[in-house]
Structures are given as structure tokens and as C-alpha cells.
Design a protein around this ligand. Structure first.
Ligand code: ADP
Ligand code: MG
Length: 247
């Protein structure tokens, strides 16, 4: 665990009688894409929310670069470089693509409008924002109103916003959802290039994407990790095939 960028140790969470996470220990290593798969209701989103800070675990700890971040809220975790992406609702739809990226560079989602009115004029923030947009291929749309972007482009913008935070680790909950085949292919290629910047904990149903991208896969069933391994390990695992891959 010492060289893990992100790790959970014995995370548990229940909703009444329902055990949504049971003693989950999972880690994310430098440069890797670690996919988290499992049937609907297995507890994937619940785990991601606990990692990102939106939900408190009943027990267990979360570490970012070896530091215990369990007590920190979402914003404090983001400041430390834990980037949760693809929360499309977090984008300001009436603002331009560049304004959204600058807002990210400010590191202050949710600040009053006038704050980033001024921030737009600040050369360093603007440069950071433009670099991030360039990286995701949205620089041509810098002046476009965010509401006019396609679904796929909004996801790219979410990544650009995350990039301005100088992320140490990404957590993503079903980024391919709602994208067509072409959009998924493009995002797959993009995520592949993103892992150099920071490793990705990726919840994804699209098995083509998972098998293409993942260095390791963990399988969650009824709140428990039943297996962790390489793509080949997981494909060959009889328990996993029975529980999830449809054998
Ligand atoms: P997944 O993302 O793997 O589909 P979730 O983490 O969304 O699964 O849900 C895991 C289980 O926890 C499900 O049975 C779901 O109904 C339940 N659950 C999720 N969030 C809540 C909540 N806030 N309150 C009560 N039950 C919840
Ligand atoms: Mg989910």
C-alpha cells in the first residue's frame, strides 16, 4: 500500500439492513487504470462517493499519497488532487467552456460569479485553463456556451476542469454512460492517454472499454470485492464469470 496513490482500508457502509460496502480495501497505483466492475446495486457508486468525500464510511479509512483523508470533505480532497469527474451537473451551463475551465483553475467551484469575472482576466489562470482545454481537444470551443456542447464534449470539459486542479488521482463513475459507440471509442482513447497524468479508478459497465483500458480489475458483488486481478485473471475467474460475466 505504501506506493499506492489512493487506497481504502476496510471501508464499510450500510443503509439500514443493507450492507452497501463491506470491508473494502482497494488501491490505485501510479500510472494505472484500475477498473471497478459489478452488477447493478453492487455498491460501486457508494464506494466512489465515499472515496470522493460525498458520503462518510461507517468504518475504515481512505488514503491519498499515504495521508489519511477520511475526515476531509469533497472540496478539501479535490484541493489535494483527488479529481472526481463526470459530474456534469457541476458545470455552469450558461457560461462558456473557457469560463468553466477558469473556474476550475480557480480551484473554487461554487464561488460567486463576480469572482471569476475577474479571474478570466488573470493571465496565469487563463493559461492553465487554456492548456487543459487544449489537452482535451476543446480549445476550438473555448467561447462556446457550455449548454451548446454535445454530451461527449461536456464529459471532455469535465476532464479539463479536473486537469486544472493538477490531479493526483481520478475517480470516475461510468464515464461512458450515454455515449454512442463513437463517443465511447474516443473517450477510451482519451482515458488511455490520461493515465500518464494521474491514475484512474474507473467504474464502468462498458466491458470493451474495461478490457481495453484496465491494468487491474476489481469485481464488487453485494458490497464485497470478490476478486482483483489483471484482465486475463478476471476473465478466467470462475467466481467472477458466475457472479457477473453471465456464465
Ligand atoms: P451500483 O453503483 O453498483 O449500481 P450503488 O452503490 O448505487 O450500486 O447502490 C448499492 C446499494 O445501496 C443499492 O442496493 C442501492 O439501492 C443502495 N443505496 C445506494 N445509496 C443509497 C442511499 N443513499 N440510501 C439507501 N440505500 C442506498
Ligand atoms: Mg452506480
Amino acid at each position: 500500500m505504501t506506493d499506492a496513490v489512493l487506497a481504502t482500508k476496510g471501508i464499510s457502509k450500510s443503509f439500514g439492513a443493507l450492507q452497501a460496502s463491506l470491508d473494502i480495501s482497494i488501491d490505485l497505483r501510479p500510472g494505472e487504470i484500475h477498473a471497478l466492475i459489478g452488477p447493478n446495486g453492487a455498491g460501486k457508486s457508494t464506494l466512489i462517493q465515499q472515496i470522493a468525500g460525498g458520503m462518510k464510511p461507517d468504518a475504515g479509512q481512505i488514503f491519498l499519497n499515504g495521508q489519511d483523508i477520511t475526515a476531509l470533505g469533497t472540496a478539501a480532497r479535490a484541493k489535494r488532487g483527488l479529481a472526481r469527474t463526470f459530474q456534469i451537473s457541476a458545470l455552469a451551463m450558461e457560461d462558456t467552456v473557457l469560463q468553466n475551465a477558469v473556474l476550475g483553475a480557480l480551484g473554487a467551484q461554487g464561488r460567486p460569479f463576480q469572482v471569476f469575472g475577474t479571474a478570466l482576466g488573470k493571465a496565469d489562470l487563463r493559461a492553465t485553463a487554456e492548456q487543459a482545454l487544449d489537452r482535451v481537444g476543446l480549445m476550438d470551443h473555448a467561447k462556446t456556451r457550455t449548454s451548446e456542447l454535445s454530451h461527449g464534449q461536456r464529459r471532455q470539459l469535465e476532464v479539463a476542469v479536473a486537469l486544472t486542479l493538477n490531479p493526483k488521482a481520478f475517480v470516475m463513475d461510468e464515464p461512458m454512460a450515454g455515449l454512442g459507440t463513437r463517443g465511447s471509442k474516443r473517450l477510451t482513447g482519451f482515458l488511455d492517454s490520461l493515465r500518464e497524468q494521474a491514475p484512474i479508478l474507473l467504474v464502468e459497465h462498458d466491458m470493451d472499454a474495461v478490457f481495453t483500458l484496465a491494468d487491474r480489475i476489481s469485481v464488487l458483488v453485494y458490497g464485497q470485492i470478490i476478486a482483483t486481478g489483471t484482465v486475463d485473471d478476471i476473465r478466467a475467474n470462475a467466481d467472477v464469470r458466475r457472479a457477473y460475466l453471465g456464465d
